[in-house]
Design a protein around this ligand. Structure first.
Ligand code: ADP
Ligand code: MG
Length: 314
């Protein structure tokens, strides 16, 4: 048995341009879960984490649209809701695909909090755009009424709320998740959307209006659980050097030091490939055996080191 945390990107749940109906999301998930189930059948003990960008965006939009009837919930509560929503769809899709391979597992979903540092510099410079687009006038009202930071998205011609993206320090429920995984037949879903961010304040745990990057949170979970591998599934074959140029080339097997050098040279932008490479480096440096970045269709080949980007400590 090999142990792994598998982090699944938002595109596995909802493709760009697709209507976010339940059927569309479940259909996409089934496809991804077929590859995950094959990984389980080949002898992996998996904990699954996932993104929540489009889902939490829609929850925020629902809150906004109904704000005269139902009081809007703060962001940490919306992240918690999205863990339930996506977690349940994964439970359904995985149960079905695992059964098709005669590889039944119980698939519990653990509502997961992630500890962040109250004095993380991210809190004084919010960078992560979330939720609906607003006109300049609405943006001004929200900045005044709610004290939100807002940023203009020039590509879409609207304003969006921007929130802090602090670094994960620890996964509060990591030990419980480990116990479920080690107890036998459980494939646990945890850490969705990067976890619900909380800070310790006056001896209490308080939810904060922030979002933690799901790849960095997955690396933190993998480290806290002491698993052997961190697998990040997204919509490209792996990490590329000179991505998007005619000279782009796939990064195959690299050491953490080599990957860090390319990261510093600016090959992997923040908010997309950057955090994946950073998560991979942090994971192998904290004792993980390897980190893999690839797409679900290549998972099987990547596990035998014949596809994707593989980051190892040496
Ligand atoms: P996910 O939802 O899986 O986290 P992201 O959009 O955050 O997906 O990250 C994957 C995207 O990163 C790819 O679709 C690709 O367009 C983009 N990307 C940016 N730089 C690179 C790079 N150097 N190599 C590969 N992909 C890159
Ligand atoms: Mg991402």
């Amino acid at each position: 048995m090999t142990t792994a945390v598998v982090a699944i990107g938002g595109n596995a749940i909802l493709r760009k341009g697709q209507t976010p109906t339940m059927e569309n999301q479940l259909g996409n998930l089934k496809e991804t879960c077929r590859y995950i189930s094959a990984m389980v059948a080949s002898g992996y003990d998996i904990t699954l984490s996932h993104g929540n960008g489009p889902q939490v965006g829609d929850i925020l939009l629902q809150n906004e649209a109904a704000r005269d009837q139902v009081p809007p919930m703060p962001l940490d509560v919306c992240v918690a809701e999205s863990q339930g929503l996506v977690g349940y769809l994964f439970q359904q899709a995985l149960t079905e695909e695992l059964a098709a391979l005669c590889c039944e597992r119980i698939v519990p979903c653990v509502l997961t909090r992630v500890l962040v540092e109250e004095h993380d510099p991210a809190f004084s410079s919010p960078t992560k755009p979330i939720g609906p687009y607003y006109s300049a006038e609405e943006a001004r009202r929200l900045m005044g009424e709610k004290g939100w930071a807002m940023g203009e998205d020039l590509s879409r011609g609207g304003w969006r709320r921007v929130v802090p993206s602090p670094r994960p320090v620890a996964i509060i429920e990591a030990a419980s998740i480990s116990r479920l995984v080690h107890s036998g037949d459980d494939l646990v879903i945890a850490g969705g959307g990067g976890g619900i961010p909380v800070v310790r304040r006056n001896g209490r745990m308080e939810g904060v209006e922030a979002v933690v990057d799901k790849d960095l949170a997955s690396a933190c979970l993998a480290k806290c659980m002491g698993v052997e591998e961190l697998i990040m599934l997204t919509d490209v074959d792996g990490a590329y050097l000179d991505h998007g140029t005619p000279g782009e080339r796939l990064l195959g097997s690299v050491s953490a030091d080599e990957a860090e050098r390319y990261l510093e040279e600016g090959h992997f932008p923040p908010g997309s490939m950057g955090p994946k490479v950073e998560a991979g480096i942090a994971f192998v440096r904290s004792g993980g055996r390897r980190a893999v970045i690839t797409r679900p269709e290549l998972l099987h080949t990547a596990l035998s080191s014949k596809a994707g980007t593989q980051i190892r400590d040496r």
